[in-house]
Write a protein that binds this ligand. Structure first.
Ligand code: DUC
Ligand code: ZN
Ligand code: ZN
Length: 488
């Protein structure tokens, strides 16, 4: 009796998941994983994975791609260039943004981003919906419809003039999210502290990129975290706090989680591997490292590593937002801008996993399982993609990165596939690199060559899942038994 061979077998590697590391072959049938085990029968095609690590493809749950930014501008990448760059770095799923600006209809906004991604993406993708204009139509018509269509996450900003929400608006969005079972992601910084400090710095003639960091005091992170945590606890709506940058911010998250609140949080490689000294360079060079929240101190890096170890922070995303070091990007507002006139953001989709692998696996900080957890499994769980993504298990999409744990690579802009034209990590040597990357069983990247066509990535409709489920503990003011019968 002859049985049909598997379509593809990854032979003889070491498989790593968020809970175990073990030698096994992985067999793929069509788009999914069909078997994981020792000495699997032959495949029609085979990839020799001996001496290599077979990991779930990374999930980057925070990347700005072809998106109109808070400042109203586009960054350097398209869906094609950004997702190609992601794939070369071992990432197989990206969650980017569909950004509403004031006056725009959210449903039309989402459709426009769908069209861009459909055309360019080479890996699978989903969108967080940025809400900048929480009108009745947005809250009552568009959010319910779009959450049902698989957009189970909303992003809001507490700063940036054009898109920030005030506390009333935040409450409206948190409430709409609770009613429709969506997770709310937050860029949490105190807007007034940033504006006030920035104005004083500029009035004093402090214009250089290094003052960008000073204009975003660490207290503005802690204050905004406190406030949004309080608002979310009042509504009983789970939240995800994006890009935690400071020890004080991490402490607020720990406290909230200790109180039993559903507060999730991420950090990004730039806050683990770069510091405020990177901004302090001659002339305008430091503009390359301007991002918000800003780069901080080595003591903050340590606090963030500790928060990752303790589980206070569950994911590490890139916050990819590439602006070229020219008049199309960082110098869009002229050749001699003050720090407030320089677009915020760094490229990072491609370097995210190699930087983390080097620190966590090659140098031994937290280890391989935790690397997989932070970069693939946890984001899959929190954002409604698990177990289809972020896991090596029978039935999951065959999104797999085969890593050479010994390969030494020096990061440089020339090596990267995004369109930023520079790398904030230029000259760093890392050990460990993804060689072959599969998306739904297709080889997308193979030893330095791209094998996938633009438009071959697919939209991932998501339910919010357990992360977005309320705790059931709302403020007593909501309870008709305790509020004289009112229905709020
Ligand atoms: N800050 C943001 O809020 N978004 C994109 C990048 C950045 O620096
Ligand atoms: Zn942000
Ligand atoms: Zn961002």
């Amino acid at each position: 009796m002859s049985t049909k061979p598997y379509d593809l077998v990854l032979r003889g590697g070491t498989v790593a998941t968020s809970s175990a590391v073990f030698p096994a072959d992985v067999a793929i049938e069509g788009e999914t994983i069909a078997a994981v085990g020792r000495d699997l029968p032959p495949g029609a095609n085979e990839i020799d994975a001996r001496g290599k690590l077979v990991l779930p493809g990374g999930i980057d749950s925070h990347a700005h791609i072809e998106q109109v930014s808070a400042a109203g501008i586009l960054n350097a990448d398209t869906f094609e260039s950004a997702t190609v760059s992601a794939a070369f770095g071992g990432t197989t799923t990206v969650i980017s943004f569909a950004a509403q600006h004031i006056g725009l209809h959210l449903d039309e906004v989402v459709e426009a981003y769908h069209a861009l991604a459909r055309k360019g993406a080479v890996i699978d993708y989903a969108f967080h919906m940025i809400i900048a204009d929480p009108t009745e139509a947005t809250l009552k018509d568009h959010i319910p419809k779009l959450v049902k269509a698989g957009h189970a996450t909303i992003k809001v900003f507490m700063t940036y003039d054009r898109i920030k929400l005030d506390d009333m608006q935040l409450l409206d969005v948190l409430h709409a999210a609770r009613e429709n079972r969506a997770l709310v992601c937050v860029h949490a910084e105190n807007h007034a502290m940033i504006s006030w400090t920035g104005k004083r710095l500029l009035a004093g003639g402090y214009r250089a990129p290094r003052y960008h960091g000073i204009s975003h005091p660490r207290a503005c992170e802690a204050e905004a975290f406190n406030r949004v945590i309080a608002l979310a606890a009042f509504i009983d709506q789970p939240i995800m706090i994006f890009h935690v940058s400071s020890a004080q911010g991490a402490a607020r998250i720990r406290q909230a989680r200790g109180e039993g609140l559903k507060v999730f949080a991420e950090t990004c490689p730039q806050y683990l591997f770069l510091t405020a000294d990177d901004l302090d360079r001659p002339g305008l060079e430091g503009a390359k490292w301007i991002c918000s929240p800003p780069l901080r101190q080595p003591s903050d890096q340590e606090a963030l590593w500790q928060a990752l170890a303790l589980g206070d922070l569950q994911t590490v995303s890139s916050d990819h937002a590439p602006y070229r070091f020219d008049a199309s990007g960082k110098f869009l507002n002229g050749a001699d801008p003050d720090f407030k006139a320089i677009p915020n953001g760094l490229p990072g989709l491609e370097a995210r996993l190699p930087l983390l692998f080097d620190a966590m696996v090659s140098q031994g900080r937290l280890g391989l399982e935790k690397f997989v957890a932070l970069t693939a499994t946890e984001p899959a769980k929190i954002y409604g993609l698990h177990p289809r993504k972020g896991e090596i298990v029978i039935g999951a999409d065959a999104d797999i990165a085969i890593w050479d744990p010994k390969r030494e690579v020096t990061i440089s802009a020339a090596l990267m596939h995004d369109l930023a034209g520079y790398s904030p990590y230029e000259g760093r040597t890392v050990t460990g690199w993804p060689l072959t990357v599969l998306s739904r069983g297709r080889v997308v990247v193979d030893d330095g060559s791209l094998r996938a066509a633009p438009g071959s990535g697919r939209f991932l409709a998501r339910d919010a899942g357990a992360a977005a489920a309320p705790t059931g503990r709302r403020g007593p003011e909501f309870d008709p038994e305790q509020n004289f019968g009112a229905h709020i």
